[in-house]
Design a protein around this ligand. Structure first.
Ligand code: TRP
Length: 374
């Protein structure tokens, strides 16, 4: 059957097509968030974070277990990361915003891995300097979000490999080539650095246990595309006497273009944290919406917020107030609000977010070194 829709692909290196999150949950064998789990978050946080209310974080592994352990007094650590291959955009920081929330609520230590080795190995034109350069650049965005310096360690794989190497080889010894070939799609021509790399991404899951000599549960908040790593890691964990890491998975923030694809290779459709606010405003004004071709038709028939990228940005990032977001949906549907109005609201919010973030990002230069693992 001929179709214009690109086939769905979700791997750590490629996300394409329209993402069907229910199908992914089934394919990957993860579990939807249950009422019991959400009730626990509500209990500990006092309310439900909007990224949970809006189902941006939507499935998990062993989250029920880790929360039960927490209830019994066993604290967990958090682990997330970033492949530093370019500037950070808004889609990257949503999971980090949620990670910061988890750190606050559960008073949890965080390991944040910068996989500059992975990006060096993956991109033919990357030098070591370029990869490590992006690690420091991107770390400023992490620090700007307000993580607690006393509870947060950023790891540059290239600079800090001594901290990870013993664990990585212990892990690697239990992973066959045939497994990573099947899970990651490696080929004969794949360089052997990439073939070893999954062991390096697994290592921080166990770092706290390794360093303290006692088993410490680990929760990974991350986008769903990283799941293949955790599947492999979870198989190895019991062989090394560690708990299997738990995960909470997020969706992807769509781009501003038609079909909602977000990609750094289409810079006009994503907002980078370093974008001058006026440029971001322009991107918002060029965004794909669910509006009618003319104002008259919009007023008569109403718009379609379900396919509108402006609405999605409000929903997942910029309008936490449930009543306001409902009004936006209804006013769009009824035609009482036109796309220009909506874009104006989003543009203002994006601009003030960027101004604020960029200030904190500059300030982060003073403290970023303290965050790096020594
Ligand atoms: N491989 C990830 C990327 O390319 C980076 C990463 C490393 C990561 N460890 C992680 C992401 C843990 C989430 C959680 O983006």
């Amino acid at each position: 059957m001929p179709t214009n829709e690109e086939e769905m692909v979700v791997t750590p290196w490629k996300v394409a097509g329209k993402v069907d999150y229910e199908k992914l949950t089934r394919q990957f064998g993860t579990h939807p968030l249950t009422k019991e789990i959400l009730d626990k978050f509500r209990k500990y946080a006092g309310n439900l974070h909007f990224l949970l209310r809006r189902e941006f974080f939507f499935c998990h592994r062993d989250l029920d277990w880790i929360l039960n352990q927490y209830e019994k007094g066993e604290k967990f650590i958090l682990y997330t990361g970033r492949g530093p291959s370019g500037p950070v955009h808004l889609g990257h920081i949503l999971p980090w915003i949620f990670t910061k929330h988890l750190q606050d609520v559960f008073d949890a230590k965080l390991y944040f891995q910068m996989t500059d080795d992975e990006k060096f190995l993956f991109h033919h034109d990357f030098s070591i300097e370029k990869s490590v350069g992006f690690t420091y650049e991107n770390a400023l965005d992490v620090v700007a979000l307000g993580f607690d310096v006393k509870k947060t360690k950023i790891i540059s794989d290239i600079k800090n490999i001594d901290a990870l190497y013993t664990l990585s080889i212990k892990i690697a010894k239990h992973i066959n080539f045939s497994v990573v070939r099947a899970v990651f799609g490696f080929e004969e021509s794949t360089n052997i650095g990439l073939i070893f790399f999954p062991a390096v991404q697994a290592a921080p899951c166990f770092l706290e246990s390794f360093l303290t000599g006692k088993n410490v549960p680990c929760l990974i908040p991350a986008a769903i595309d990283q799941d293949p790593y955790w599947r492999v890691t979870r198989d190895v964990a019991p062989k090394l006497g560690f708990y299997k890491p738990a995960q909470i998975h997020s969706k992807f923030l769509p781009g501003l273009g038609k079909g909602g694809k977000m990609s750094a290779s289409q810079p006009e459709t994503c907002i980078f944290t370093k974008d001058p606010p006026e440029l971001a405003e322009k991107k918002v004004f060029n965004a794909f919406t669910g509006g009618q071709p003319t104002v008259e038709e919009q007023k008569k028939y109403g718009g379609n917020p379900g396919i509108c990228t402006v609405y999605q940005y409000m929903y997942y990032f910029f309008e936490e107030d449930d009543k306001k977001i409902r009004n936006l949906w209804e006013n769009c549907k009824s035609g009482s609000m036109i796309c220009g109005d909506c874009k104006e609201i989003l543009a203002q919010k994006v601009k003030s977010f960027l101004l604020n973030h960029q200030k904190k990002r500059e300030k982060a230069r003073d403290t970023v070194d303290e965050f790096f693992l020594k």
